[in-house]
Ligand binder design. Structure first.
Ligand code: GLN
Length: 460
């Protein structure tokens, strides 16, 4: 990573990052600043460098941690009221790997509570502001992480992507955001949203930095049975990247519901790819039209199950009003969850209930299989797909927060990747006339993560 080569001390880097974090306080990026610990670690690394020790690939690099990654540094709250006061006794595998390479967490970043949302407005701490326009949303759910990188406070930040939560805020703020293949990075120690689609990933400023982070974080973990063997660091064929690639564009996405400036940005990038000798292939992927509906059945079902553990006994906040156990559960959950969390718990329990299970959950599971097959078919005709991340650039604060369906429609182009488990990289692709960043996503087959990141350099 370029920062690791800078001729400065780790202490200086950490002090600068903390000063910037404070300078941009009005953006509401951080839920916690890790000042004392971060400075202590920086001084330790400087001392080790002075002794000539090997300090790791990310030595002294300040980073920001999405508030749903467990570590004993600061409270892990997932920006939810119900987790206020919770200090984790364990550290997420991904965090442990970054820290083992010398990375230094300077703060935890704001997010939609429990990662439910597309704007970071569902946070208990209030919204994060967009890095390019303070009247607009940061995107979500990893809004704080995206803005921390976009405003150059840190070199990279962690994120989670269950249905677009890395790619959409990356595109709203003009940085790279990567959702790997499902199972590439361990989910151990990350607050679960929907376990069958949750992915850990990063925000970074260049494909090179993204590659380095992926090479560190990926790999099998005995604490997460869904992790894959470490294919990311296996020898990969770069033949595909140097020669002519076939890049698919999805015709079904080219319609009036997509902002004309975003459609234009996609065309411009396709022309640039053609002039570099790559081939553009037009595809139809009709099964993707079921993705949003299937996602908003499968994910709430898993959310309802994963959130059942927050009972006021084991973690964080406990309602004071209760004098028996049932009331304790009831009041803690009523007071502790945000409205969007409750909406999902209710939808999830409804679609799983007997009598409705076949009509909703089972049907959605079948649609998911169709989507998986649609991607398999597409990747027989092309090596990568290039699509918008979302139908519009960053919208105004408050514009969609009271209209759940409008908010869910934000995810229409991102969720199918999560249902299929395929990787997607959000790439900065210019700005609108109003100066708002535009993002495109490069999508590849499962386990193509490394090639995908390397190929994205063709789009710079
Ligand atoms: N916006 C999507 C949702 O609200 C995605 C969330 C996520 O990826 N964590 O479900």
């Amino acid at each position: 990573m370029k920062i690791a080569n800078k001729k400065v001390t780790a202490e200086r880097l950490v002090k600068d990052a903390l000063a910037k974090a404070k300078h941009f306080a009005e953006y509401n990026i951080f839920t916690y600043l890790n000042e004392e610990e971060a400075l202590k670690k920086a001084r330790k690394i400087d001392a080790r460098i002075a002794r000539g020790e090997d300090v790791g690939k990310l030595a002294g690099v300040p980073y920001a941690l999405k508030d749903n990654f467990l570590s004993p540094e600061g409270e892990t709250t997932a920006s939810a009221h119900i987790l206020q006061g919770f200090v984790s006794p364990v550290t997420a595998t991904s965090v442990a790997k970054l820290e083992a390479e010398g990375a230094i967490m300077i703060g935890r970043t704001n997010m939609d509570a429990f990662a439910h949302g597309s704007s970071t407005e569902n946070s208990y701490f209030g919204p994060t502001l967009n890095a390019h326009d303070k009247e607009r949303v940061a995107g979500g759910s990893s809004g704080g992480s995206a803005v921390a990188v976009a405003l150059d406070i840190v070199e990279f930040a962690t994120g989670t992507d269950t249905g677009g939560s890395i790619r959409q805020p990356a595109s709203f703020n003009g940085v790279y955001g990567f959702k790997p293949t499902y199972g590439c990075i361990s989910r151990y120690g990350v607050v679960a949203m929907a376990s069958s689609t949750d992915c850990i990933g990063f925000f970074a400023k260049t494909p090179e930095d993204m590659d380095l982070l992926m090479s560190i974080a990926s790999g099998q973990d005995s604490k997460d049975m869904t992790t894959l063997p470490d294919y990311y660091n296996d020898e990969v064929s770069t033949e595909l990247n140097s020669s002519r690639a076939r890049v698919g564009i999805i015709k079904d996405f080219d319609n009036e519901s997509v902002d004309p400036e975003i459609r234009e940005a996609l065309k411009t990038k396709c022309d640039a790819l053609k002039s570099k000798g790559h081939e553009i292939v037009e595809l139809e992927m009709p099964a993707l039209k079921y993705a949003l509906a299937a996602y908003y059945i499968i994910v709430p079902a898993e959310v309802a199950s994963n959130l059942s553990r927050y009972d006021g006994v084991r973690y964080g906040f406990r309602s004071e009003k209760s004098d028996d156990l049932d009331a304790l559960y009831f009041n803690t959950r009523s007071e502790g969850f945000m409205p969007e969390n409750k909406r999902r718990i209710m939808i999830g329990n409804f679609v799983l209930s007997s009598g409705f299970y076949d009509a909703y959950f089972l049907k959605a599971a079948k649609a998911r299989t169709l989507i998986v097959k649609e991607y398999e078919k597409a990747f027989k005709k092309c090596d990568y797909l290039l699509t918008p991340v979302s139908p519009n650039p960053a919208f105004k604060l408050g514009e969609k927060v009271n209209d759940p369906v409008a908010m869910y429609l934000e995810d229409v182009m991102s969720v199918s990747l999560n249902l299929a488990g395929v990787p997607g990289l959000a790439i900065p692709a210019g700005k609108t006339k109003k100066g708002l960043p535009i993002g495109l996503q490069l999508v590849g087959p499962r386990r193509s993560d490394k090639n995908l990141i390397i190929f994205s350099k063709e789009l710079i």
